[in-house]
Ligand binder design. Structure first.
Ligand SMILES: [Zn+2]
Length: 146
């Protein structure tokens, strides 16, 4: 039996258009309850494509007391599992539309790799670079010394 390399949630995609990236996120959206109805996962999903051309996805986790994380976080964690850090394009969606990344996610993307300042973020009304969304990163000094 040939060796099988198990690499969950990673798919090399090569060039990917925005419609495909959005569709990859949309197919994961679907909020479901966890231990009680108010504690959920899956209301938001994210998809990103890396500089290496791999696609990673994630869903959010919405728990009590601010525990949990955004869909972008879990997509980034999937990417990091493969030791990739540079994002080319990223999108997050809910049931109805594309949603902009929150401020914490913007910082997260930059702190993972400063080159992500140039990644393209899809928004409801177009696309911008992360640099446009985060002109003064919280840890700007890290970007200069890295
Ligand atoms: Zn966020």
């Amino acid at each position: 039996m040939p060796d099988a390399k198990l690499v969950p949630n990673v798919r090399p995609v090569g060039p990917i258009d925005d419609a495909t990236l959005i569709a990859e996120a949309q197919r994961l959206v679907g909020e479901f309850a966890l231990i009680k109805p108010s504690l959920t996962a899956g209301a938001v999903a994210a998809a990103l494509v890396t500089d290496a051309g791999n696609l990673y996805t994630g869903i959010n986790l919405d728990l009590a007391c601010g525990i949990g994380f955004c869909a972008e976080h879990s997509a980034v964690a999937e990417m990091l599992k493969q030791r990739e850090t540079v994002i080319r394009r990223i999108v997050a969606v809910d049931e109805d539309r594309i949603v902009a990344p929150c401020g914490r996610c913007r910082e997260l993307l930059v702190q993972v790799d400063k080159r992500n300042m140039d990644c393209v973020v899809l928004l409801p009304d177009g696309a911008v670079t992360l640099r446009e969304l985060l002109p003064n990163a919280w840890l700007e000094h890290l970007l200069k010394s890295a």
